[in-house]
Design a protein. Structure first.
Length: 444
């Protein structure tokens, strides 16, 4: 990956501009639009794995705009095609077919698991999940949906109802028809058991919930293969196979929410759910699919797609620019063998993170897959008491040391690390060096 030649703005003028932007953000945007850091970072420009702020400070980006910049900021292999399409035709709605929506849908049909052949495009993961649940209810004639605790599905009212995080469920969330099963959170097992002796007992809670908390006939089960906002919670290998059989037993469709886990992020496979050898009935995605261009995807079988009732349009779904960006991203992942890179460099990254765990008792758990790795921080490894204050310290210190990372988890104590799929071992070494320094600077 290359470093851009673009020069940074002068520090003196940048500081003034940055303060002005932060002030205007507070003045004109909803206060609920959260920012990281005590003094928010005002981004100016970026290239591949690096981002610069208005002060001209350079950062190694290990979060990619929440797992969205999947193959590098302003990657010329993507932006050149986007720019050409913007200059040719920027927008048509789904009322007019165009060659790019067809080309993208065809490509998706070729690489998705099973018989997922029919796609519907939107502008975000929220919309993609909305469409999936609506379609499942139409296809099955049932209304009940089972989701998992600690899940995050988006910011609309229905998506918030599926979400199981109190901070994202304030006022106005109506959960009619949505039930939440315990999730496979092995580090904090909700059943107080230990894997593998537990025989994945949490999976059986899905059946018990269907029997007691629904009509007994469900429309769908929806889950992230690895929970994103939940703190990169990664299930045991048997979990989804067991749940899939239960879902089918009660007439439901299995929806894989691949908004964060899709497009090679977990290594080797295109989609996270493939790591558990389960073929979903509906698959949703967004984020890294188009390397930062807004897009949402809901793809399913021909039979299920045919069950949609009434007309359906999308003003921005299938926009020619977004479709060009998505197809270019997918083709680049193929051509540069980035699924394999996510696996091999991800394994190297994981080993380095485990070395940090051995060095710092603050790190209670290391989990994830490929280039989607999480560190859960605790005050004490025996009690597993969450350490949200220390997590915020590491986040702040990492920024000061030139590394951008994310934070999540119900208790705000999980560091989320998601480098771009085309990073190298040298990038990992640079990031680990920044993390090591940051942990060493945490004050008790």
């Amino acid at each position: 990956m290359t470093t851009p030649a673009k020069s940074a703005p002068a520090a003196q003028s940048a500081t003034t501009r940055s303060d002005e932007i932060i002030a205007k953000h507070k003045e004109f945007l909803w206060p609920s639009v959260a920012n990281y850091y005590r003094r928010p970072l005002v981004a100016d420009h970026a290239q591949m794995q690096y981002l610069w702020d208005l002060e001209g400070r350079k950062y190694l980006d290990f979060f990619g705009g929440i797992l969205t910049v999947s193959v590098g900021h302003c990657n010329p292999k993507i932006t050149s095609k986007v720019n050409a399409q913007v200059n040719r035709m920027q927008h048509t709605s789904t009322l007019y077919p165009n060659e790019h929506i067809v080309a993208l849908a065809e490509k998706i049909a070729q690489i998705t698991p099973g018989a997922l052949q029919k796609s519907f495009f939107t502008s975000s993961g929220t919309e993609a999940n909305e469409a999936a649940i609506l379609l499942a209810r139409m296809a099955t004639g049932s209304y009940d949906v089972v989701a998992l605790r600690h899940a995050y599905s988006g910011s609309s009212q229905l998506a918030k109802a599926v979400t199981a995080h109190a901070p994202y469920r304030k006022a106005g969330v109506i959960s009619v028809g949505i039930s939440h099963a315990v999730n496979p959170y092995c580090y904090r097992c909700p059943l107080h058991l230990t894997y593998p002796e537990c025989e994945v007992a949490c999976a059986n809670d899905v059946e018990n919930l269907i029997q007691t908390g629904t009509s007994g006939s469900i429309a769908a089960f929806i889950a992230e293969p690895i929970q994103g906002v939940g703190g990169f919670i990664t299930p045991p290998k048997e979990y989804f196979k067991i749940v899939f059989k239960i879902v089918k037993k009660y007439g439901g469709l299995f929806i894989a929410d691949e908004v964060q886990t899709g497009w090679g992020r977990t290594g080797k496979k295109w989609f996270g759910i493939e790591q558990w050898e389960v073929t979903p009935d509906i698959l949703t995605s967004a984020k890294g699919m188009a390397n930062g261009v807004p897009i949402g995807l809901t793809t399913t079988t021909a039979e299920i797609a045919d069950s949609y009732q009434g007309l359906n349009i999308a003003t921005f779904g299938g926009n020619p620019v977004t479709c060009v960006a998505a197809r270019a991203t997918i083709e680049l992942i193929e051509e540069e063998n980035l699924r394999e890179n996510a696996h091999t460099v991800g394994a190297y990254f994981r080993a380095k993170l485990e070395e940090l765990q051995a060095k710092y008792p603050l790190i209670g758990d290391v989990r994830g897959m490929g280039l989607m790795q999480g560190l859960e921080l605790v005050k004490d490894r025996k009690t597993k008491e969450p350490a949200p204050e220390a997590t915020t310290q590491v986040l702040e210190r990492a920024r000061d040391n030139g590394l951008l990372i994310g934070k999540g988890g119900l208790y705000g104590n999980v560091l989320r690390l998601a480098p771009m799929l085309n990073i190298s071992r040298a990038d990992v070494d640079e990031g680990i060096g920044c993390l090591d320094k940051s942990f060493s600077e945490v004050k008790a």
